[in-house]
Every structure is written in C-alpha cells, then in structure tokens.
Design a protein around this ligand. Sequence first.
Ligand SMILES: *[C@@H]1O[C@H](CO)[C@@H](O)[C@H](O)[C@H]1NC(C)=O
Ligand SMILES: *[C@@H]1O[C@H](CO)[C@@H](O)[C@H](O)[C@H]1NC(C)=O
Ligand SMILES: *[C@@H]1O[C@H](CO)[C@@H](O)[C@H](O)[C@H]1NC(C)=O
Ligand SMILES: *[C@@H]1O[C@H](CO)[C@@H](O)[C@H](O)[C@H]1NC(C)=O
Ligand SMILES: *[C@@H]1O[C@H](CO)[C@@H](O)[C@H](O)[C@H]1NC(C)=O
Length: 372
Amino acid sequence: MASSRLVSIIFFLYTIILSISSISSRENNNLVTNQAALFVFGDSLFDAGNNNYIDTGLRSNFWPYGQTTFKFPTGRVSDGRLIPDFIAEYAWLPLIPPNLQPSNGNNQFTYGVSFASAGAGALAGTFPGMVINLETQLSSFKNVERRLRSELGDAEAKKILSRAVYLFHIGGNDYFYPLSANSSLFQSNSKEKFADFVIGNTTSVIEEVYKMGGRKFGFLNVGAYDCAPAALILDRTNIGSCYKPVTELIDLHNKKFSDALKRLQRDLPGFRYAFHDYRTSLLERINNPMKYGFKEGKKGCCGSGPLRGNNTCGGRMGQDYELCENVTDYLFFDSSHLTEKAHRQIAELIWSGPPNVTGPYNLKALFELRST
Ligand SMILES: *[C@@H]1O[C@H](CO)[C@@H](O)[C@H](O)[C@H]1NC(C)=O
Ligand SMILES: *[C@@H]1O[C@H](CO)[C@@H](O)[C@H](O)[C@H]1NC(C)=O
Ligand SMILES: *[C@@H]1O[C@H](CO)[C@@H](O)[C@H](O)[C@H]1NC(C)=O
Ligand SMILES: *[C@@H]1O[C@H](CO)[C@@H](O)[C@H](O)[C@H]1NC(C)=O
Ligand SMILES: *[C@@H]1O[C@H](CO)[C@@H](O)[C@H](O)[C@H]1NC(C)=O
C-alpha cells in the first residue's frame, strides 16, 4: 500500500516536471524518452539484491541487514539504502530494481536496472561460480537492450541508452580474493600485471556499453577497504592499522583507473563521466569520524571480536555476533560495508560535488544533459 502510494506520488511529481519541460522545450513529451535511466554495475557496494537469486553463500538477506529503512532484509549489504538508491532518488527515479528479481515480470527497465552482485570482480576468476562477474553483468545488460529494442523499437531504445547514466564500482574484490582464497593468482603474475588485467577487463566492459550507445558514466574508485574493520584486524599483532598488502594494490589500481578514464575520454567521442575519489573520502571519514557526524570510524556496528571486524553479522557462519545500539553513530555497518548514513554522504558527493571532489562532471550535470 505505502509503496504503491509512493510510486504514484513519484509518478505524479514526474508528470508535472514533464509537462513543464515539454512546454519549455517543445521536445517529445513521451514519458519513456524524457527520463534518463540509471544502469548499475558492480559489487556489494551497489548490489540491491541480485545475489538473493543465485546459488551463493555471499548473501546478506537476513536480519539485521535492512533494519533501518526497508525494515526488511532486501539483500543490500547495509542497514539501509545504498549509494544507487540515493542517486535514483536525487534523479527523480523510482528505486532501481535488481535485474534478477522475479517480480520484475514485464518491466521494460526504462528507468534502468541494477546488475551489481556482492563479491563480484572485473575478473572471471574472482569468487568463481559464487557471483555475477562484470562480464556476465554486461551480458545481462545486452539482454535488457534486446528487450527494449523489441518492445519499443530501435530508435526509442537507442534514445534510452544514450540518455542513461551508467554507474560502476568494481575491482576491490579482485584484490581481496587472491589474498583470502587463492594466493597463487599473485604468484603467477606481478602485481602490476594483475592490476592491468583488472583495469583491462573493466575498461573493455565500459567500451562495450559505449558501443551500445552509452555516453554518460559515473565511477567510484576502489574504496579504502584496506582500512575497513575486517582489514584492521588481519594483522593480529597490530590491530587497528590498515592492511598494507591491500593498500599497495588499491593505490596501484586507483592510479591506473584514473589514467584509463582519461584515455577513454580522449579516445571515445562524446564519452562523459563523473569520477569521485571514494578511497580518499572514505579514508577521511575513517580517520575523522566526528567531523562527519559519526562516533565510530573503525569499529563496525554489527559483527564480533576486535572492532567487530569478524564477518559474523546476522549469525553468518553460525556464529554469535553483537549489534550496536545506534547505527547512526557508525561509519561501517558490518566488517567491510558502510551504513546507510555513510552511503548518503558519498552519494551526495558524487551527485553534486564541486570539481575538486567529483569531475569532470558530477552525476547531477550528467542527468541534466539532454543532447549527447
Ligand atoms: C587458483 O588460481 C590458479 C591460477 O589461476 C588456478 O589454476 C587454481 O585452480 C586456483 N585454485 C583454486 C582453489 O581456485
Ligand atoms: C582480463 O583478465 C584476464 C585474466 O583473468 C586476462 O587474461 C585478460 O587479458 C584480461 N583482458 C583484458 C582486456 O585486459
Ligand atoms: C572470528 O571468526 C572465526 C571463524 O571465522 C573464529 O574462529 C574466531 O574465533 C572469531 N574471532 C573472534 C574474536 O570472534
Ligand atoms: C542515535 O545517535 C544520533 C547521533 O548521535 C542521535 O541524534 C540519536 O538521538 C540517537 N538515537 C538514539 C535512539 O539513541
Ligand atoms: C574543494 O574545494 C573547497 C573550496 O575551495 C574546499 O573547501 C575543499 O576542502 C576542497 N575539497 C577537496 C577534497 O579538495
């Protein structure tokens, strides 16, 4: 009831905006074509519940995940909303559904859809068989494109894809997986070469989306997961310090990623993007939580052991866990994922951050861009 009312309010507001814009622009006032859609690719930072529908242990569809806003464990790895949920709200879009959600039914996804999967990496070898890797997320996007074309026609589908914004966060798991599960991946490649593979597999997906008509992209680089509670307890003799082997890899990746984006902008006519240095803004909050309205920057709200860095939130792996009393005091909800309050702050930075925070465009500017 409540949610259908919300949808109709959103629809109502949207209709008003459309009528205003059609008066001023004399453009096509078709509902479908005037709204820029949001397509989401990535890992747990963005997964709105796709992993609920695949055979994997990498799920968070149990209490207390979801306790804050949804009051229900949706599969999001947080107490509440994720960054794409806020972006959708700021862009006057409805919540962007996970692609695999069965109730999507005949939804055409003209507002977009999320392909993100917790644990996913750019490499097929990261958590193999347990996640929807980036390449597979791209295949799902191709299916959505085919469906849009067959239902709306080529021209209309093309218009939706070229006006849409494509949001990415990927790469962190590619570096964590070899350390946690298969270190032979590093032994057979230098770190430099390994990072080139991660970047190469990421940019080839971006290029494919571009070939299909995508022009507006949003990127967060890999966050400061070397300093998340789970990483802060890896070195038992030095609890509370960032885990250096991962710091080095994330820094290497993020340097190469910024360079790769500049190269794409140079090589692909009309390619526009919003880039936010998520690693820096997260690290800033870990080190100065009070400045951003948190009491705890290093301790998780939900988990066990030192800094609640053990990944046992919700009784994962049949273990006991602690849950904090007031989640709004915390930057991290579990041992490596942020709270809704933290997501909102990061979402605001990439949505409307000034050029020294998000550039060359911010997401607000990309959504407002009419002609591409
Ligand atoms: C680890 O990675 C190597 C190199 O890619 C691969 O041959 C091996 O099967 C992997 N082992 C496991 C347990 O996944
Ligand atoms: C993607 O990664 C694989 C290793 O998993 C590598 O062999 C391949 O060259 C990479 N592709 C690109 C375009 O970098
Ligand atoms: C953390 O979890 C592991 C199992 O994953 C368990 O063996 C260990 O005792 C836990 N440590 C603490 C401090 O809870
Ligand atoms: C939770 O913490 C926030 C911020 O510190 C505070 O404003 C709020 O009153 C607290 N809520 C409860 C139930 O203690
Ligand atoms: C961006 O610029 C503003 C105003 O010049 C400044 O206050 C802020 O600290 C800068 N932020 C970053 C991340 O450099």
